[in-house]
Structures are given as structure tokens and as C-alpha cells.
Design a protein around this ligand. Structure first.
Ligand SMILES: Nc1nc2c(c(=O)[nH]1)N[C@H]1C(S)=C(S)[C@@H](COP(=O)(O)OP(=O)(O)OC[C@H]3O[C@@H](n4cnc5c(N)ncnc54)[C@H](O)[C@@H]3O)O[C@H]1N2
Ligand code: MOO
Length: 331
């Protein structure tokens, strides 16, 4: 590095980079750093420096082509952030990316990996496709040394901006009208009360969507199909069919969805619980078969996929395949 030290009067030092830690000594009370090496001197620091007798300090002069860690981290964060993400002020060389909304985090993992290949550049994120809250820190950037070559920041910026899609953004949830078809002879005959409806209602409400209606179909394939059709005619944005997803002769849900002529993305997922889930699209509308475990397991493949669907993403076979790795929650 070509940076050098220069002695300056503190009143001329605003915006300059402190070259070493500055210790404050309050006899009998405190001894410790007032400012650390690398601190960028602010106007409001001057009085504190003068009050401990520091009229002159050593500052670090950056040579052309060198950046202070704060500026480097800031440039990386800005190049990564999408429109629903706010970049915070640098603190100790780290910049946070904060979600502006309650939504689904979208991270391009391949570009994150590529940035982290650049020597001593860091971008760290939460996992993609995860629900995040407004104000939640979703990613952070930094560089390792105090002084960092600008050309490396330029390489990072190039990687981050290779596509017009940002590397880190948050998708808002859409408000969907959801039709619910409850299967099971024990429910339609009133032998046991329905427990699926309230669970679904609560799960949808968390993301701002609503149940437009709920019907009972027993274990009758034609009735299940007719009720799915009826919801779609009434402009449902999604239909959920509950129960009857397993291998017993009375489990009619997969067959009913299949013989509608729906595009079946998957019957079965490699996530436990929730392995008996079906994801299909009929006339472009998501139709899901929900296995019994959704009632009693708090986190299943349905909970994993629902936020994606509500954020307007289509579920592909590859998304289902990827549920297995890290997808063992219980069995
Ligand atoms: N031989 C196999 N058996 C099972 C398998 C398998 O692969 N091979 N998979 C197991 C898994 S995993 C699950 S999950 C369940 C899937 O169950 P279903 O979706 O078929 O659920 P049902 O049989 O319809 O119901 C299970 C249980 O929950 C009660 N239920 C269902 N709906 C409601 C409702 N709306 N309200 C209240 N209670 C409801 C139902 O009465 C049953 O007691 O299959 C495993 N078996
Ligand atoms: O679909 Mo069962 O789906 O894992 O508990």
C-alpha cells in the first residue's frame, strides 16, 4: 500500500482517516480508546480531541487507487441492493442492507459466491426465498483491510451489476383470494370437526391473503374436482385441497387434481414433514394438495413454498428437488 502518514491540526482533519488509536485517560475513571485507527474524523469529534489535549493528529493519506474500508463496503452494498432494500451508514467498516418491507428475500447466490471469490471482499446474506420483516438486516458487506484497492471494488461492482436484477432484493406479497376444499368423509359426516380451515386461514393471514371460501368434498373425486372448478370460476387466485394425500383407497386428492388436466409440478417433495404435498397449476392457477401433517406440524413443505407463491413466484420441479437438502425437520 502506498498510503502515508501526515500530521494535521485537528480543525483541518475533518473527513480524514485517523492513522492510529487515540487513547483517552480520565484519571481514576477511564482509560481506553476515544477513537480507533481508521476512524474518519467528524466535525463533532474536534471538541473531544482538543479537550484531551490533542491539537495535532496523524492522519492517513490515501494514495490514488486506494479506498478506506467504509467507502469500499458502501460501494459494494450499493451495487448489490435492490429498490426495496436500504443501505445503512458504514460502521466499523461494515454496511448493512435492510429490508424496507415485509416480503420474500431474493438473493442471487451465484453472484454472492463470485463476489466472495474476490480477495478480501465480503458480502454476507440470509438465504434466498425466506420471508423477512420490514427493518430486518438481510445482508451486509465489508472488506477485510482498512485500506482497499479501488480496482478490486470495481471488479466487485462489475460482478454485482452483470444483470439488471439486483443481487439482494425483497419481493412484496400479493393479496390472493384462496379457495379451500376440505376432503375426508369424517369431516363431511361431522364425525370430527374441521381443523384444517383455521390453520390455513392463520397461515395466509400472516402474509395478507384471505380465504374466499371453504367447502367440504368428502372422499369423492368428482366432488373434489367440481369444487376446485367452482373456485376457479369464481376467480380464485389459488386453490388448496386438504387431506386425502396418502396411499389409502380413500385418498382421492392427487387423482382428482391430476384428472382435471392440471400441470403437475410434483406429487411428493423431499422435505419432511410435508413429503406428500402436491403442487400443480390449472389454467395457470396454483392448486396444492396439502397432506394431513400441515394441521399439526408447525413447519412443513407448505410453509416453505407458500411465501414464494404469495410473492408471485412460480414453483418449478427444480424448486421441489432443492427442498431435500436441509429439509429434514422431523419424520
Ligand atoms: N402407507 C403410507 N402411509 C402414510 C404415508 C405413506 O407414504 N405411506 N404418508 C404419511 C404421511 S407423511 C402423511 S402427512 C399422511 C398424509 O395424510 P393424508 O393427507 O392422506 O391425510 P388424511 O389421511 O386425510 O388425514 C390424516 C389424519 O388427519 C385427520 N384430518 C384430515 N383432514 C382433517 C381436517 N380437515 N380436520 C381434522 N382432521 C383432519 C384425519 O382424520 C386423519 O386422522 O399419511 C401418512 N401415511
Ligand atoms: O406429507 Mo407427511 O407429509 O411428511 O408428514
Amino acid at each position: 500500500m502506498k498510503s502515508s502518514l501526515k500530521e494535521v491540526h485537528v480543525t483541518d482533519a475533518v473527513g480524514m482517516v485517523l492513522a492510529h488509536d487515540l487513547t483517552q485517560v480520565l484519571p481514576g475513571k477511564f482509560k481506553g480508546p476515544l477513537f480507533c485507527k481508521g476512524h474518519v474524523i467528524q466535525k463533532e469529534d474536534i471538541e473531544g480531541l482538543l479537550s484531551i489535549g490533542k491539537e495535532h493528529i496523524y492522519v492517513m493519506e490515501l494514495a490514488p487507487g486506494e479506498l478506506h474500508e467504509n467507502e469500499a463496503a458502501n460501494r459494494i452494498a450499493r451495487a448489490a441492493a435492490g429498490e426495496r432494500v436500504t443501505v445503512t451508514e458504514p460502521r466499523e467498516g461494515k454496511v448493512n442492507l435492510v429490508s424496507n418491507i415485509h416480503g420474500l428475500l431474493e438473493v442471487d447466490a451465484s453472484r454472492v459466491h463470485a463476489v466472495n471469490q474476490v480477495e478480501q471482499a465480503v458480502i454476507s446474506t440470509l438465504e434466498s426465498d425466506r420471508p423477512v420483516q420490514e427493518g430486518e438486516v438481510v445482508a451486509a458487506s465489508r472488506v477485510i483491510p482498512l485500506i482497499y484497492p479501488e480496482e478490486r471494488v470495481q471488479s466487485v461492482e462489475k460482478i454485482l451489476t452483470t444483470s439488471e436484477n439486483p443481487v439482494v432484493d425483497v419481493l412484496p406479497y400479493q393479496t390472493l383470494k384462496v379457495g379451500v376444499v376440505i376432503t375426508g368423509s369424517e369431516i363431511i359426516q361431522g364425525r370430527i370437526p374441521d381443523r384444517f380451515g383455521p390453520v390455513i386461514q392463520e397461515k395466509l393471514q400472516k402474509f395478507g391473503s384471505t380465504v374466499m371460501g371453504q367447502t367440504l368434498a368428502g372422499d369423492d373425486k368428482e366432488m373434489i374436482q367440481a369444487q376446485i372448478h367452482s373456485f376457479i370460476e369464481r376467480e380464485a387466485d389459488m386453490v388448496l385441497v386438504t387431506g386425502g394425500m396418502s396411499v389409502d383407497p380413500d385418498d382421492r386428492t392427487p387423482g382428482a387434481i391430476q384428472s382435471l388436466g392440471a400441470e403437475i409440478v410434483s406429487y411428493g417433495t423431499p422435505m419432511l414433514p410435508g413429503s406428500m404435498l402436491m403442487v400443480a397449476y390449472y389454467q395457470g392457477i396454483p392448486v396444492l394438495g396439502l397432506p394431513g401433517c400441515v394441521i399439526h406440524d408447525s413447519y412443513t413443505s407448505f410453509d416453505k413454498l407458500l411465501p414464494r407463491i404469495l410473492a408471485g413466484k412460480k414453483i418449478y420441479r427444480e424448486d421441489i428437488v432443492h427442498l431435500g437438502y436441509g429439509g429434514l425437520h422431523s419424520c
